[in-house]
Design a protein around this ligand. Sequence first.
Ligand code: GUN
Ligand code: FE
Length: 425
Amino acid sequence: MKVYKAHIIYTKQRERFEVLENGYIAVDEGRVQGIAAQREDLGCPNAEVVDFGNKLLIPAMNDMHVHAPQFHNQGIAMDLELLPWLENYTFPEETKFSNIDYAERIYRRFVYQLWKMGTMRAVTFATIHTESTRRLMELFKQAGMGAYVGKVAMNRNCPEALQEPVEEAVSGMLSLIEAYNNPQDLVRPIITPRFIPSCTPELLRACADIAQRYNLPVQSHLSENLGEIELVRQLEPDSDGYGDAYMRYGLFGQTPTIMAHCVWSDEKERLLMKEQGVLVAHCPTSNLNVASGMAPIRTYLNDGINVGLGSDVSGGHDISIFRMMVYAIQISKMHYQRNHALPFLSLSEAFWMATKAGGTFFGKVGSFEKGYDFDALVIDDNTLHPDEYTTLQRLERFIYIGDDRQIAHRFCQGKEIVLDSKQWE
Ligand code: GUN
Ligand code: FE
């Protein structure tokens, strides 16, 4: 048992922050055992106290949608919309991951950057390449961070080098499942049909079959871009929309499901997402960069749909989930300008999406309530004049203008995670 003392901030519900100045949190076996304003109220009088002084203690970030093999393309190739962007920049980069040494080099940097920015759990796409994907899983394991890693399933509308025959796709998935399907582990497989345009019906059915057989979660892309939606309409003429097409294949909440983007989901699609418990990964910078639009997140929240945040590197150019909070709020203000019936997101709502809302996908993650995994960041904002601000203003300033230099410690499931840049970058 360990007790940490700091100014503790987290969200139990999206409407407001919980703030404990000079508060205490007890951690044992990776989990929060109690949280209290006074040391005596925690119990465990003999436990060692680690005092973080004037620093802030907050839950770590969860990135609910990110493409590890696109990390080398971060910050370039922003001149095309989604479909030509995939064809001209993204698919050619992903073909390089047939080379395990290249994969190792890029994936190492990628894991390090997540760590650096305070993201302790990520839901990632890899590529079709089984051995490179295994390497990414090993790197997360080596780091001690949490991840769902998806070997990508795709077999049409892309370069031949990225089209994997269904049988090989299935055997690749099964070999990773065999090695990693332990619900206790921090690193786990997730079934990852890229999106409907990339997968034949046979491949989509195979993905659903494996997800259900092994009770594994599913991730994909949904209603991101109008060109993509039109293509899906042509490919799935019998379905009642994009979400319904996934539903018919068994890939829409039959097991826990994340759909990235959902910029253009209509009322019918949103109702299906709500009924099926589909989690939306909102990726604000990606939506802006590949000119897809702006997901109406207030509408989703009003509908009772769970929403987490994703960086979507490299459609998104920024891997910091703190920055995603800012962009999510700013985009919601654009919606508000057009329609005052959609109040823009508050800071606590954005923080809740980045921590507790996304965290539900990993179990009890993203809060400091009793029983939650202790995934935490210690923020040292001494360079940002903390004495001139309230505790909540300090957090707000860190989110808006801070960066990794203020992240003093990072914990995942109770363990402090320290990565050496010489080994990882
Ligand atoms: N839809 C299918 N693949 C992708 C991808 O790699 N990035 C984004 N943003 N959308 C996609
Ligand atoms: Fe994506």
